[in-house]
Design a protein around this ligand. Sequence first.
Ligand SMILES: *Cc1c(COP(=O)(O)O)cnc(C)c1O
Length: 378
Amino acid sequence: MTGTPPIAIPADLLPADGRFGCGPSKVRPEAVAALAEAAPEYLGTSHRQAPVKFMVSRLRNAVHELFALPDGYDVILGNGGTTVFWDAATFGLIEQKSQHLAFGEFSSKFATCAAEAPFLAEPTVIRAPAGEAADPVGETGVDLYALTHNETSTGVATKIERPSGADAGALVAVDATSAAGGLRFDAAQTDVYYFAPQKCLASDGGLWIAAVSPAAMERIERIAASDRWIPASIDLKTAMDNSLKDQTYNTPALATIFLAVHQMEWINQNGGMLFSAGRSEANAKVIYDWAEASDYATPFVADPARRSNVVATIDLDDSVEATTVSAVLRANGVVDTDSYRKLGRNQLRVALFPAIDADDVRQLTRCIDHVVDELRSA
Ligand SMILES: *Cc1c(COP(=O)(O)O)cnc(C)c1O
C-alpha cells in the first residue's frame, strides 16, 4: 500500500456531516442527544419493565404508521439483524420451496440459506448481473417469493409487486434493509417486509423488524405447529408471541430501539414516507445529476428507473482511482464512500438515506471534484 496523497480539502467544500456509509449510517445528532437525555430512566433498565416495553410499543406503532400497514398486519422483531432473519425465515416462513431474485450480494444470501436447508426443496433462483434487477415469475409449487427492495451492494432499486400467476397463499417476503423508510411501496403487495434499523432508520445494528400480513402470521403458526425442528433463538413463532407483548425473546440493544423510534417518529411527524422518501429523492437528484454532467463519473446503474434513491453507485473512469478518492475523503473526515468490496469496480458508493441532508450530498460532490482535480494535476 502506498500512502494516501496528502490532499487537504478546503473547509468551505466539506459537508456539515461527513457520514455517507450504507450501514451503519449517519445517526442524527438530535437522536443521540435525545437518547442521552432519556438515558437515566431508560438505558440500563430491565427490558421486561414498562419503560422499555413502552419503547418497543412505540417502535411497532411507528412502523405501522410509516408504512400505512393494511388492517390485520402486525410488526414483529427480534435480535440478530437481517442476516439472522434469513435463517429465521428459512426455518419458519418457507413451507417447501422458495423463489429468489439474486442480483447482488445481499439478494443472493437468502437464496443460499434456502438452498442449504436440508428440509426444503431446491429453491428457484432468478439471477441478473450486478447493476440490473431480476423480476419474479409466478411458479407452481413456490410458497414464498423472496424479493429485495434495494440491493445495497449495487445501488439497484426495484418495484415491489406480487408476481402474477403465483399459487394461492404464496407469500411475498421483501428484504427492505436499506429501503425501509426511504423508498415508497405498497404494503399490500407484501406479506413480510423486513429490515434492520442501521440504514434508513438511522439507528444501530443488531435488530430485525418485520411488518407481517395475516397470511404470514398464519404461515408462522402452521410451521411452528409442524414437526420441523426450529432453534429457539430464531423461532418466528416465539418472536411473534413476544413481539405482540412488546418484548423480545432475549435481551435487545435498548439504544438501537430508541434511535429507531426517534427516527421514525421524526419522519412520521414531518409527513411520513412522503417526507423521508422525498429527502432521499432530493439527495439522489443531486448526485446523479452531478455524475451525468461529470467528465469522469457515471452512474453505474444504466437504467435510470432502477437507480436507487437510497444508495448511489458511481463509476469513475480509468484516469482516477476510486479507492484513492475514498481514502483522501476519509482522511478529511468524509467517510465510507468506498464501493462494495466484492463488486470489484472503480466505483464510489454513497448513502442517500433520509437522515442525510441534500446540502451535504452537494458538498460531497464538490469534495470529490476537488480531490480528482488535485490527483489529476499531481
Ligand atoms: C445491510 C443489508 C443486509 C444485512 O443486514 P445485517 O443487519 O447486517 O444482517 C441485508 N440485506 C440488505 C439489502 C442490506 O442492505
